[in-house]
Ligand binder design. Structure first.
Ligand SMILES: Nc1ncnc2c1ncn2[C@@H]1O[C@H](COP(=O)(O)OP(=O)(O)O)[C@@H](O)[C@H]1O
Ligand SMILES: [Mg+2]
Length: 390
């Protein structure tokens, strides 16, 4: 059985941990509460007193735990990585993976080595490109690979309608990142937060200013905080945020090429029951599809087989034909995105900054026939994929 003395020690330890390790502090308070309850049952004369103190310890532990789980910043989730999405779940984009490994993952994993070579770490990576091509996926995989705390910021959510709130939210965010190092802050839909100050409202301008201040702070210390951002509207991002030391590295995330399309389809189908599927042919049929489109087509094909099985009561595997029908039913918005993107980039004279985007848009411009949404005979599809791919 424990003594009053031991309870005192536990409380002392809890107090020491309270500032730096709330989890440990909460644990100590809980142990103290438990010990007090045990004591109370052996000392009827002090029962009430012990129970009172135990109650207080319990409340303290509960508060500490609540602080740890909730985060006051709206629109963000903080998590330690779960090992489900890694670089191997991303098809293609090899160069990008290397870049992120060198700029983000390795500095977080080997800070001493980077210090040895006098490499200042910090600065952020801005990913831009059409929707559904893997930007968010890459951010999640990066956090897992780096085993860092991942702070996922949905920029439109953090942007409060109340003047001044956004700045407070941003400041709070960086405080969380500092507390949970090593950490990665990922600004998704970055255009909502880092928009061009020349065009925004005054409180939006101050959001950008606050971001710049925080980023310069991160860069000057030897903090293990790295920044990632993603946007479908790179032309709308304030130019000051794209300078060296801030989001100095800008990376275009293109639509998946032939090999990547094959691989994404394979990834989508690998755990599902299929007959022999000609992924190479499906890859050719899906030029101009985003990763998200390929995922949608895979779901569609799976549903065809599933629904039929429900109707007939007999399980059947997913076939090549299912996949081809699904592809004809899926319409990609990439072409429209590229048309709009080029228009905006040219209008704002940003062709130099977003070269790859313009190049890709020009390629696609000459790429006429789109996949029709009308059902096409699968036989016709298998024999003439070039009809669709040119
Ligand atoms: N390169 C890729 N490899 C594997 N899956 C991909 C890839 N690109 C997109 N996907 C699929 O499409 C979905 C949407 O991608 P996401 O990362 O959310 O796009 P973005 O953030 O660029 O709009 C992903 O969850 C994934 O299933
Ligand atoms: Mg996204």
């Amino acid at each position: 059985m424990c003594s009053e003395q031991q309870v005192m020690t536990l409380v002392k330890e809890a107090k020491i941990h309270e500032k730096n390790n709330t989890q440990e502090a909460a644990k100590k308070y809980l142990e103290a509460a438990k010990a007090l309850l045990e004591l109370s049952s052996h000392h009827p004369e002090k029962e009430n007193e012990y129970i009172d103190v135990a109650n207080r310890m319990y409340t303290k532990a509960k508060k500490l735990k609540a602080n740890e789980i909730s985060n006051d910043t709206q629109g963000t989730t903080i998590s330690k990585p779960k090992n489900d999405i890694t670089f191997s779940s991303i098809a293609g984009l090899e160069e990008l993976k290397q870049d992120i490994r060198f700029k983000i993952i390795e500095p977080l994993k080997n800070p001493e080595l980077f210090a040895y070579y006098h490499k200042t770490i910090g600065g952020g990576v801005l990913m831009y490109g059409p929707p559904g091509c893997g930007k968010t996926l890459i951010a999640k995989a990066t956090a897992n690979e780096a085993k860092a705390t991942f702070i996922h910021v949905k920029s439109s959510d953090i942007k409060s309608k109340f003047v001044g709130e956004t700045e407070k939210n941003i400041a709070e965010l960086f405080a969380q990142a500092r507390k949970n190092q090593p950490s990665i802050i990922f600004f998704d839909e970055f255009e909502a937060l880092g928009g061009d100050r020349a065009e925004g409202l005054s409180h939006e301008r101050s959001a950008v200013a606050q971001l710049l201040t925080e980023m310069d702070g991160v860069d000057s210390g030897d903090q293990q905080i790295l920044l990632l951002a993603a946007t479908n509207e790179p032309w709308a991002i304030d130019a000051a945020l794209r300078r060296e030391g801030r989001f100095g590295t800008t990376i275009f995330i293109p639509p998946p090429d032939l090999a990547a399309r094959e691989q994404i389809l394979q990834l989508q189908m690998q755990k599902r029951p299929t007959e022999k599927i000609n992924f190479s042919l499906l890859g050719q049929m899906t030029e101009g599809f985003s990763g998200a489109d390929l995922k949608a087509a895979s779901e569609y094909a799976t549903n065809l087989a599933l629904k039929e099985s429900l109707l007939t009561g007999k399980k059947r595997k997913i076939t090549q034909k299912d996949m081809e029908i699904a592809i004809t039913k899926t319409q990609s918005v990439l072409r429209q995105w590229f048309a709009k993107a080029r228009e905006q980039v040219v209008k704002k004279k940003l062709e130099e900054s977003f070269k790859e985007l313009v190049e890709k848009a020009n390629q696609l411009k000459n790429f006429q026939i789109s996949i029709s949404s009308a059902p096409v005979s699968p036989i016709l599809l298998s024999s003439t994929p070039q009809l669709l791919a040119t």
